[in-house]
Design a protein around this ligand. Structure first.
Ligand code: NAD
Length: 465
């Protein structure tokens, strides 16, 4: 099928590349010309395991192209994905200006054939109808421009029913995780499709058939991927409710960890015990410095905001956020407990990204820690397997980004494990301990081998242990 994906970030680029890999003809559009040139040269602007190779092979097969010209993409695609960012505004609500710009642009370029416009971006409840309205505005603006009729002076009335009926909007929320986005796209738990139109749903089902049938899955014998068909707003709500549930599960175990710290229990053992209950499950029960990244914080806040707009106070979700905010500074309190005064001390952060296997720094807990440690007069150094090598560190202030773990440890009064990169399990901690002023390790993810570190001379402090 002919597909256009607008926005080539973590979601859009992975979606475009994977859909082209399974045989669709995909054009990816981005308004960042620099990014488009980079992708045209066969390079991925983001770090995501497996993405670069798939991207190169799809380009070579002729199934994948890049452009900054929205008109080219809209004319090409029978299915048009909107996959631009929806960051949080200071008020907590979702900033939908990029979605609006794209929807208007689609309207301005829409041609005669039938199109399905897909909200892949995480958008507030009700956005399906809103996107439809903005696309229609775009069509009207184009007609007004052609007929030189001022917008608002009767242009919508001049629109033909044919044009009105030539597209439908589908909500198809994305559940991929950064760091395993390609794997998640080929091995999803479910595909959610929200629309009130059968034709649009049928086209989306056809698009996803190879994935539903597990033709590209790790286990091709696994049962078919469930396709959950809902109305538009329910699909939008599935996305927010899923992220809010996962964030709440983490805040829950962090709350339990804080009680464990006080009563002398070990939250890792407690989590193992409760995770064996099939009603609870073991995932998302790792206590630590809390959730961050580009999705959970903004999506939970947006849901609280939506509830507020409709006269409901989402008390549980507000508590989920409050517990997380407190958790992010808990490592600072643990440092104070061990080192007492932080002024004049050097603290080394192991990891900067919000989770391993990504270069994404959006709303990473490390950023709050850097800010707090600077405020308290400490010098902050950091080492991150990706950030230390990429240009991302250029935008960071208040932190010296080191190029290897030993340079990080040199002269530090304590280390804090911030991101659970797999390679941090196997560092030469004996050598690092010798380079430090005092070998202290605050394990913000309960990830490291406590006994092993203690044998190397470290004072080990975990979360809720
Ligand atoms: P991103 O910020 O990484 O990428 C957005 C891209 O859109 C950028 O390349 C930007 O240049 C481009 N863009 C902005 N305005 C444009 C325009 N007018 N025309 C063309 N391109 C434009 O965003 P992301 O992380 O991929 O997230 C996209 C959406 O998917 C968000 O709503 C997010 O909440 C949702 N989502 C993200 C994830 C994730 O893990 N990142 C997971 C699930 C859902």
């Amino acid at each position: 099928m002919r597909v256009c994906v607008i926005g080539t970030g973590y979601v859009g680029l992975v979606t475009g590349v994977c859909l082209s890999h399974i045989g669709h003809q995909v054009i990816c559009v981005d308004n960042n010309e620099e990014k488009v040139q980079l992708m045209k040269s066969g390079q991925s602007p983001i770090y995501e395991p497996g993405l670069s190779d798939l991207m190169k092979s799809s380009m070579a097969s002729g199934n994948l192209e890049f452009t900054s010209d929205l008109g080219v993409g809209v004319n090409h695609g029978d299915i048009l994905f909107i996959a631009v960012g929806t960051p949080a505004l200071p008020t907590g609500e979702s900033d939908t200006r990029y979605v609006e710009a794209v929807a208007r642009g689609i309207g301005e370029h829409l041609n005669d054939g039938y199109k399905v416009i897909v909200n892949k971006s995480t958008v507030p409840i009700g956005s399906g109808d809103w996107v439809r309205m903005i696309v229609l505005d775009g069509i009207c603006e184009r007609q007004a421009e052609r007929q030189k009729v001022p917008v608002g002076a009767g242009a919508p009335m001049a629109m033909t029913p044919e044009v009105k009926a030539s597209f439908d909007v589908v909500s198809n929320p994305e559940f991929l995780r950064e760091g395993s986005a390609v794997y998640d796209t080929f091995n999803p738990d479910r595909i959610v499709l929200g629309s009130n139109n059968d034709k649009a749903i049928a086209m989306m089902k056809e698009l996803y058939t190879p994935i539903v049938e597990r033709q590209f899955a790790e286990d091709s014998d696994a049962p078919q991927v469930p396709v959950c068909v809902t109305d538009l707003s329910s699909a939008e709500m599935v996305k927010y409710a899923s992220n809010a549930f996962l964030a709440t599960k983490i805040s829950f175990i962090n709350e339990v960890a804080n009680i464990c710290d006080r009563v002398g229990a070990d939250v890792t053992q407690v989590a193992a015990g409760i995770g064996l209950d099939s009603r609870i499950g073991s995932k998302f029960l790792q206590a630590g410095i809390g959730w961050g990244g580009s999705c959970f914080p903004k999506d939970v806040s947006a849901l609280v905001h939506t509830a507020d707009d409709y006269g409901y106070e989402a008390e549980l979700l507000k508590a989920t956020i409050n517990v997380n905010d407190r958790q992010r500074v808990l490592t600072i309190e643990k440092l104070q407990k061990v080192l007492k005064i932080l002024k004049g001390k050097t603290i080394g952060l192991l990891g900067l990204t919000f989770k391993p296997d990504t270069d994404d720094m959006r709303d990473a807990p490390s950023l709050i820690m850097i800010e707090q440690l600077n405020r308290l007069g400490a010098r902050v150094k950091a080492y991150d397997p990706i950030v230390s090598q990429s240009g991302v560190s250029q935008g960071l202030s208040g932190v010296i980004v080191e190029t290897d773990p030993e340079r990080l440890a040199d002269g530090c009064d304590a280390l804090v494990l911030v991101t659970d990169w797999a390679k941090f399990r196997d560092l030469d901690y004996g050598k690092m301990a010798k380079l430090m002023n005092a070998p202290v390790m605050i394990d913000g993810r309960n990830f490291l081998d406590q006994k092993g570190l203690e044998a190397q001379g470290f004072q080990y402090v975990g979360m809720g242990r």
